[in-house]
Design a protein around this ligand. Structure first.
Ligand code: CP
Ligand code: NVA
Length: 302
């Protein structure tokens, strides 16, 4: 049966570990699998992208395949044509779909009706490829994920929700520092709490969130599709900026992460983003390696 990757819990912990190993083996050049040889991947982008688009296109080429860049003007997903029909038609032409969209539900509908694997390249709800790459980056820098203190500061968004999902696959101490008006998705939060694997803390005190942290993470305060709320979020989230002062409360060897693109001077200062603790460009690079590994997994493994 075909498998999709719409959310981190779509993979078991074992499968995620295999995916990390695959990514590392491809990154080091140890293996060069070609599971997409003579195959094509439809990459649908209903929102802009730098990292996701380029890393998927390059990754698909490195796996031997061809990528098709499709924007909202071509398909008109759910408008020009139903999601069901798009799923059926694309399944006859290509071997995999990667989609970046607004609402999450149409992506689930696409996956349900396609006979080929579908990968979530970001929705308003989740950004699983990002957090998979981030976990790989943490593994490289810290040698483990288990039992680390990981603080997410800022808007409770798609990236935060994927971090909560990750906390159901690896045990870590996850702190979300955000305002009462910008909390992550309630259902995903409760699911992560109920799973009981990780310690989850929600606080409106940024210092409490970063206390003794091994990893501090942030993202833009206003995500794509929310730019009309930018001014309001700037006001309510201003205390959650990652700056030199706040870093003093974390461990000395704490690493700083940002999925990018960043609004420098808002959620993170230049000084921290360009400083010695920042691993933001390692994160960006790892999008390539982890997504190649996810695609290999969905095509049947190494
Ligand atoms: N981090 C990330 O997904 O970047 P893009 O929006 O540029 O793809
Ligand atoms: N939360 C951000 C992530 C961008 C990669 C957004 O959805 O715009």
């Amino acid at each position: 049966m075909k498998k999709d990757f719409l959310a981190i819990p779509d993979f078991t912990t074992e499968e995620i570990k295999q995916t990390f190993q695959l990514a590392l083996d491809m990154k080091s050049g140890k293996i060069k699998p070609l599971p997409l040889k003579d195959k094509a991947v439809a990459c649908i982008f209903l929102k802009p992208s730098l990292r996701t688009r380029i890393s998927f296109e390059v990754g698909i080429a490195q796996l031997g395949g061809k990528s098709l860049y499709i924007t909202k003007d071509e398909i008109g997903l759910g408008e020009r044509e139903s999601v069901y029909d798009v799923a059926k038609v694309l399944s006859r032409f290509v071997n995999m779909i990667m989609i970046r969209a607004f609402a999450h539900k149409p992506v689930e509908e696409l996956a349900k009706n396609a006979t080929i694997p579908v990968i979530n390249g970001l929705t308003d709800l989740l950004h699983p490829c990002q957090v998979m790459g981030d976990l790989l980056t943490i593994l490289e820098h810290k040698g483990k994920i288990e039992n680390l203190k990981i603080a997410y500061l800022g808007d409770g968004n798609n990236v935060t929700n994927s971090w909560l999902n990750a906390s159901t696959r690896f045990p870590f101490d996850f702190r979300v520092g955000t305002s009462p008006d910008t909390k992550p998705d309630q259902n995903i939060f409760e699911y992560a709490e109920d799973m009981g694997l990780s310690k989850i803390t929600l606080t409106s005190n940024p210092r409490e969130a970063v206390e003794d942290a091994d990893v501090i993470y942030t993202d833009v305060w206003a995500s794509m599709g929310q730019k009309d709320k930018a001014e309001q979020k700037r006001m309510i989230l201003k205390d959650f900026q990652i700056n030199k002062e706040l870093l003093k409360f974390a461990k000395k060897d704490c690493i700083v992460m940002h999925c990018l693109p960043a609004n420098r001077g808002e959620e993170i200062t230049d000084e921290v983003m360009d400083g010695p603790q920042s691993v933001v460009f390692d994160q960006a690079e790892n999008r390539l390696h982890i997504q190649k590994a996810i695609m290999v997994q969905l095509m049947g493994g190494r």
